[in-house]
Write a protein that binds this ligand. Structure first.
Ligand code: ADP
Ligand code: MG
Length: 736
């Protein structure tokens, strides 16, 4: 064969011929320009050459160095690189992000840099939102989305390059993709290239697992002065706002980035800061302009723009963000960081067998990342709302990867659907403990996705095709049979959207009271699930009016989002439904009202129960293991099969109720002792009776099947997340 170089040249000519229609360099007039001094720019050729030589490479570079926005473009614009691929359809690159917001923001930024329309050459795909087309060459997507694509196409024939971005975050989906990609790359014999990018240097694990070269891109950053300003945990929002406003009044140029834990806190801080600022102005203080904006994962795509938009000279941006701005998103020009020291983390609680979202201390690595955001373009300052001693003594060194602390049911189901039989022995980079995997198999068995031997059932296959946690998939499929699919779609969509309840700041006591009183009127006596359905139904009856939302202290955007999700879920459910119920599902789409008329007269749900009962009964199919029984009058509820006493979260329709049996879809709290049920409904014992015996019937050995546990393999109790963190630290520490 001809020497490589001449082959390349020849192929390059072929590409050139096609240029202008579909070749590299499809560009319009840029609307924005990438900064000229990005650290990765100097490594452009090096990256391309390495990736020509090796099917997998790792690139490490500090946040903001240009990895996410530039590297995909380098590949797209490199003729040399295009020549590597036999197919001549034009290079297709998938770039994964652990977070939706980041996928959208990055696609938008890159299409701006290229002067193309978003969704054309550069597009994005996130759950419930696809903005890409046949001409899309760079597709930014969530890692969950790519994982889902692996279901139908395990070798990812649609792509030539896959970039697993933000690998240091070790999100659950990215961790699973590591293994799937490793397999796909080897199956595609050189025709699939993979790039893993990471912001932190601890990449030993990656290079060992993939046996690949690591390229380090040195960054440039300025010093950041650290200030410690400890406050009590309950005062963090108020304290963060005060510190930020102080900075605004006293300090020179530079935007302010404040890290809080979640959407509620960010929204609360924004309104709090706005009113404080207004007070200052009213009392005649000279305060310069300040744009106050929130930034969190569930934000609608349009609202994110504010955060990145340039502000006029002399105006400062004050951004209240969740950990999303730690590494995935860069707000340009930040000079000051306020770090509350906490973040929300998904934690799988081995005691309750449940996953919950908990406010957790950040790790030292995270705290350093946060501080570093202040020193990207100038010498910065970081205010930590905890003591130096807390930092060094109490914060864990590194964050425990999600795969070691979350519910694995959805991922396990997808792996089973891809034909990976033995999930317990799967080639994970850092395998989750066996007990946790077995628990996920157990859950899948309980909801009928797996048979007693761990094989995927027909029901399981259909659940795996819905973009939902399997338990919710089970509810929809049950509802389709029970004649309440419309209500079930509404419920699941409401639970998938951002929260609908608008909670004014407590500072404004009058409004706070009013909101509670107004919202209370929606509460359904059977619980929060029917309450959510009721809110959505009333909103539709009011013509989906934003004014009605305002008057009732509801988030219009959340309802609108729920409506969009509902439409898409309906399509997907129709595809996976059995022929016998498909027509009923189809009838639901956009004809909510007709459907309810139908329920009133013509085809009411089977067995004469009301639609509402049918819905709650369908919920039981997916969540009967998340039920609890009243323990003494008003003493709380005891979770079935566990010795854990729980209460309802305040504000729940079931708070203060004496229902004998309740079902919950969420559990919140930071320890077993203060666990609380969120989103709770009353259920009838007769609905649970046929289901509950399954809990004790599971034969784990048979379910895990394939091989018996090896000696020394852990079979008893799963570890506590805190213990996992400690064990890991020892391991990581001794490896060095
Ligand atoms: P990395 O992936 O290495 O963290 P990025 O590619 O995301 O870096 O960003 C590179 C640079 O591009 C940033 O330092 C910032 O200056 C600029 N940038 C990225 N996204 C935006 C945006 N949405 N608005 C303005 N500038 C941006
Ligand atoms: Mg990035």
């Amino acid at each position: 064969s001809p020497p490589r170089e001449s082959r390349d040249k020849q192929a390059a000519k072929e590409v050139e011929k096609k240029d202008g229609q579909d070749g590299p360099g499809t560009r319009g007039t840029p609307r924005v320009k990438a900064p000229d001094d990005l650290p990765v720019a100097a490594y452009k050729e090096k990256i391309i050459d390495l990736l020509l030589e090796h099917p997998i490479i790792v690139v490490v570079g500090e946040t903001g160095s240009g990895k996410t926005t530039q590297i995909p473009q380098y590949l797209l614009d490199s003729e040399k690189f295009h020549c590597l691929f036999e197919n001549k359809r034009g290079l297709r690159v998938a770039i994964t992000q652990p977070r939706r917001v980041a996928a959208v923001a990055m696609a938008r930024r890159v299409s701006d840099e290229r002067g193309t329309r978003l969704g054309d050459v550069v597009g994005y795909s996130i759950r419930f939102e696809d903005n890409s087309s046949a001409s899309t060459r760079l597709r930014y997507m969530t890692d969950g989305c790519l994982l889902r694509e692996c279901l139908g196409d395990p070798d990812l024939a649609n792509y030539d390059v896959v970039i697993l971005d933000e690998a240091h975050e070790r999100s659950l989906h990215t961790d699973v993709l590591f293994a799937l990609m490793k397999r796909a790359v080897s199956n595609r014999a050189g025709q699939l290239r993979m790039l893993v990018t990471s912001a932190t240097l601890d990449t030993g694990a990656f290079s060992e697992y993939f046996a690949c070269p690591v390229l380090e891109v040195p960054g440039r950053s300025f010093s950041v002065a650290l200030h410690y300003h400890p406050v009590s945990r309950t005062q963090r929002v108020e304290a963060a706002v005060n510190v930020a406003l102080n900075l605004h009044v006293r300090e020179g140029p530079g935007h302010i980035l404040v890290f809080l834990t979640g959407m509620e806190e960010c929204e609360q801080a924004v309104s709090f800061a706005n009113s404080k600022l207004q007070n200052m102005v009213d009392s005649g203080k000279q305060v310069s302009d300040c744009l106050i904006v929130p930034l969190y994962g569930m934000m609608q795509s349009d609202d994110q723009r504010n955060v990145f938009e340039e502000v006029p000279d002399g105006c400062r941006k004050l951004v209240f963000s969740t950990n999303i701005a730690e590494t995935s998103l860069t707000v340009a020009g930040v000079g000051y960081v306020v770090d509350c020291g906490y973040c929300k983390q998904k934690n799988f609680n081995p005691k309750t067998g449940m996953e919950s979202l908990q406010v957790t201390e950040v790790s030292q690595v995270q705290a350093k990342q946060r501080a570093g955001r202040a020193g990207r373009t100038q010498h910065g300052k970081c205010f930590r709302l905890y003591s130096e001693e807390t930092f060094s003594r109490s914060l864990p060194k590194v964050t425990v990867p999600e795969i070691l602390r979350s519910n694995l049911a959805s991922v396990t189901l997808q792996m089973k659907a891809m034909g990976i039989e033995d999930v317990v022995r799967f080639d994970f980079m850092e395998p989750p403990d066996r007990v946790r995997l077995v628990k996920s198999l157990r859950l899948l068995f309980l909801i009928g996705a797996l048979d007693a031997d761990g094989g995927l059932t027909d029901l399981g296959r259909r659940m795996s095709q819905l973009p939902l946690e399997p338990q919710y998939g089970r509810v929809l499929l049950a509802a389709a049979e029970a004649g309440c699919v419309s209500e079930a779609l509404t419920l699941v969509s409401m639970l998938s959207s951002e929260g609908v309840w608008y909670r004014p700041s407590k500072q404004n006591a009058e409004q706070w009271e009013e909101a509670l009183a107004v919202q209370e009127r929606f509460l359904h006596r059977m619980g929060d699930h029917l309450t959510l359905v009721r809110v959505f139904t009333m909103w539709e009856d009011e013509g989906c009016s934003p004014e009605w939302c305002k008057a009732n202290f509801l988030h219009f955007r959340a309802l609108r989002q729920a409506r969009d999700i509902r439409g898409q879920l309906c399509d997907q459910l129709e595809k996976v439904s059995e022929a016998s119920v498909r027509d009923a599902v189809r009838a639901v789409r956009n004809r909510y009202r007709d459907h309810r008329d139908r329920d009133r007269g013509r085809g009411a749900p089977k067995n004469g129960s009301s639609v509402e009962q049918a819905l709650l009964q369908s919920l039981c199919s997916g969540f009967f293991m998340q039920t609890a029984r009243m323990c003494g009058a008003g003493g709380g509820w005891l979770i079935v099969g566990e010795n854990v006493l729980v209460k309802c979260e305040g504000g729940s329709a079931m708070d203060g109720s004496c229902a004998e049996w309740v079902l919950y879809t969420d559990l919140v709290g930071s320890t077993v002792a203060n666990c609380m049920m969120r989103t709770v409904s009353a259920v009838a014992h007769e609905w649970l009776q046929p289901l509950l015996p399954k809990l004790v019937e599971v034969d784990l050995k048979r379910l895990v099947g394939v091989t018996q546990p090896r000696q020394n393999e852990q079979v008893e109790e799963p570890k506590d997340p805190a213990q996992v963190a400690k064990d890991r630290e020892v391991k990581v520490g001794s490896a060095r």
